[in-house]
Design a protein around this ligand. Sequence first.
Ligand SMILES: Nc1ncnc2c1ncn2[C@@H]1O[C@H](COP(=O)(O)OP(=O)(O)OP(=O)(O)O)[C@@H](O)[C@H]1O
Ligand SMILES: [Mg+2]
Length: 275
Amino acid sequence: MAEPQLLDDGPRKPVLSVDSVTKTFQPHGRRSKPVHALNRISMDIAPREWLGIVGESGSGKSTLARIIARLEVPTTGTVSLDGVDVTSWPGGRMAFARRVQFMYQNSLAAMNPRLTVGQIISEPMRLHRLTSSSTEQEARVVALLDDVNLKASLIAKRPRQLSGGQCQRVALARALALEPDVLLLDEPTSALDVSVQAQIIALLGDIQRDRGLTIVVISHDLALVSQTCHRVAVLHRGDLVELGETAQVIEHPEAPYTRTLLDAVPRIATLAESV
Ligand SMILES: Nc1ncnc2c1ncn2[C@@H]1O[C@H](COP(=O)(O)OP(=O)(O)OP(=O)(O)O)[C@@H](O)[C@H]1O
Ligand SMILES: [Mg+2]
């Protein structure tokens, strides 16, 4: 598969900075205890970097990605894009969405079942008034379908008529429609069987390289991350326990929890050799 584009020109300003982000959920009901989903998380993400976030279920991965994407507000701390606090991004949510797109953990559930594939992909372009005519819009949708290796004939289908792999490709096409710089992917392959997973990973590699995207990919699957990411962040119960170059983290994990995660993935030993 295509290698992710390498970090080539020395230190660069981060495109994203997560600074001491904490998230505490207060569930409804007086007896329920607050859930500390994230504890003072800080990390910088470089332009064109591909960062993996791993950790077991409930470790806070989706919460962190949702906060970066402005879908959730941190309890304390800030997230900055190009040095600007995302909550005060000029032009608000709409302008922010042009730069940062989020692909949901369950993309089928996130799609309106009544809309066609064409409507799903063109919706962001329509909202942002990016196309001037329906002919231009349809041409864009066909080009985006082609970018994710789907046939134009899918345009009139509805989400439930798609396979899992097709559904992820449609979600990706929609996320790319606004030509963002940053793509946040929450478990992009977990619902797919192994051969389709490999196709989606290869597609993401091509897209990342062609468009120079910054990608943050969440996965509980360290094997997936080891094949694709420049660096990997390990979350454990809301704490960032390790962050480093992927090969380094896999071959010489520092945190005991990372070792436990690695031990749970027998395939990793062979994959690590190909990083
Ligand atoms: N809206 C919410 N209200 C209350 N608690 C929440 C909410 N969202 C997440 N949590 C809690 O925060 C913690 C982290 O959840 P999160 O969804 O970020 O984990 P995750 O690492 O993405 O897990 P998974 O691998 O299962 O998707 C969990 O204990 C979860 O129950
Ligand atoms: Mg999650």
